[in-house]
Design a protein around this ligand. Sequence first.
Ligand code: ADP
Ligand code: MG
Length: 727
Amino acid sequence: MSSTRKQAYQDVLQRKPQPIEKISKVSDLFGENVFHLEVMREYLPDEAYKSIKAAISNGTRIDRRVADMVATAMKDWALTKGATHYTHWFQPLTGATAEKHDAFFKPVGPGRAIEQFSGDLLIQQEPDASSFPNGGIRNTFEARGYTAWDPSSPAFIISNTLCIPTIFIAYTGEALDYKMPLLKALNEVDKAAVDVCKYFDKNVSKVTATLGWEQEYFLIDKALYNARPDLMMTGRVLFGHAPAKGQQMDDHYFGSIPERVTSFMREFEREAIRLGIPVTTRHNEVAPNQFECAPIFEECNLANDHNLLLMDIMEKIARKHDFRVVLHEKPFAGLNGSGKHNNWSLATDTGVNLLAPGKNPKSNLQFLTFFVNTIKAIFDNADLLRASIASATNDHRLGANEAPPAIISVFIGSQLTKVLDNLENNIKAGKMTPEDKTELKLNIGKIPQILLDNTDRNRTSPFAFTGNKFEFRAVGSTANCAQPMIVLNTIMANQLKKFKTSVDTRIAKGSSKDEAILKELQQLIKDSKNIRFEGNGYGDEWVKEAEKRGLSNHKDTATALKIWSDKKVHDLFESLNVLTAREIEARQEIEFEKYVMKLQIEARLIGDLTQNHIIPAAIEYQNRLIKNVQGLKDVLGKDANTASSVQLQLLKDISMHMNKMQDASKIMLENRKKANKIEDIEKRAEAYRDTVKVHFDEIAYHANKLEIYIDDELWPFPKLREMLFTR
Ligand code: ADP
Ligand code: MG
């Protein structure tokens, strides 16, 4: 074994599980490190408490005086928790979170100092924004960016720092982050949904989008991870022969989770619980060393903050346990990738889940209204939804027979298919008779509250109805859920507004309310039928069928992102005031850039690793073979030919694979140079896809052959079997 690899392997063998802190009740920890409403009630004067509560539930403004009181309370509370610093915590368009820490400590005279935090500092700050992507929004002369407090997501403490969730905007007010448009989209869907709810219940005054995410990840020992430059730099292995034992044995190869992993999980889950993230222990192992964490759903903005926070905590705690968390969508070719299912629904302030069938015809009609409108929104905006989850890393996963295809479709199950078919076919043209209405209502009333085919629901669908929520399964494991959630909630808001207008028009023309709703639903069901698919989403037949139906199949990010240039998309987001055309263009450019950058880094690494690691190992092995062949000749003379036939064949095979690998690398390098000169980012992305990335598989193929031919002792990198089966 090469020395780094050997050392890494030995390190792993010596590891011991970290002891688990003894705790009597985990529930006592919940929210311990969060400045939540209960703590605020304790720390704030009544007036300030009421004001912040209103701001959280209705988005009302907080005045300066109250902000000062909140800041002081936050600081006092944070000090009791041992915090020394504070930071505005925000979500720049890099995809990760960012923060800049400042101390509470302030000298106020010779030998005198205080801990200080004011409303000003709470409300707004100016981080050094120049290093964050802005897609041309911030020219140097207007380089300033601001972070501004988001009171709807509570402040929390992570190792001595009070973190305040904030939005991140440019001097001009344009969004430079994911949170601001998400909050706007949530606000729009709230308004639009409340208006529609009024048809059914006048008491509804707020509708909240809910998000329950399921985070998949791999856990790799730190030493082995560090011995794989590709994994470190790109999040995935660029080479590596598939292990003899993969996930073919679907019987969960490691039945029980080894102690080291368990103690890691316990610790990160506790840390999460302290931060108010409602994780409940659940470990799904799909591929070896792959796990999943899924908290209970929450309000969408908070749930998303919690997901970002959890990804950070996982990484931090993993290091303590000598692991590294690998969040990449497809770290190991040939094994299952990782996704982040986004379970989504809408809930009223009267306690109703709008996507759950109800108890009577009226509540079921409300359910059907939201259900059908969702389907129509997806039908009209499938390309946009596809674009919202596009990334170089997720490209490896979509359509790879373990994740949903890149074709967006909606699965609803056989029972609801029947219900929709019934509505589609049994509402007659012209005015409905009272008998027709009664008949329909009776049928609608029969929708069971618990839908049977939930249990064996279709796992191959990218957007599936799962009984009381939709589950968007195409989201990648590294993604910031805000991106798909901005799109989903915006298109839903738009659809609900259109629905309301159409129903009102029908009513104005003399229809009764129920008739207007039913007729409109019938129309929507007809119009959106093509997006519904109940069959196997992984099959080739579906690709053909989807094409016939006119559904798009954008296989890669460079294609998927194009939709953001569409005038209709700009109009949609501008009309709802979620994103301006300029913000959209900036985001699109950033996404194209990220795509190119990721492929560029991978291409460079492939060049580096083949050239500086794999080829030298291959040559060294060849030298050994040559020496051996020469030795045999010395000893055996003319009989040496037969005796060295294996060696000679190996020598030739190794040279052949080296040559082919090198040739492809050279072409790739040339193409990369050419691609880099292309000014237009969209064209550059296409060039990277068509002329650079196309060589990755071929190069890996030869590298993997060399891995097999070359003496195990000499192979420079930990092999996949070592990474996935050593714990
Ligand atoms: P799986 O998809 O792995 O079978 P479940 O169906 O049990 O898992 O639930 C998946 C996730 O859906 C959970 O994280 C749960 O919190 C979330 N969820 C349940 N109800 C809702 C809802 N109304 N809105 C959003 N998410 C929800
Ligand atoms: Mg799921």
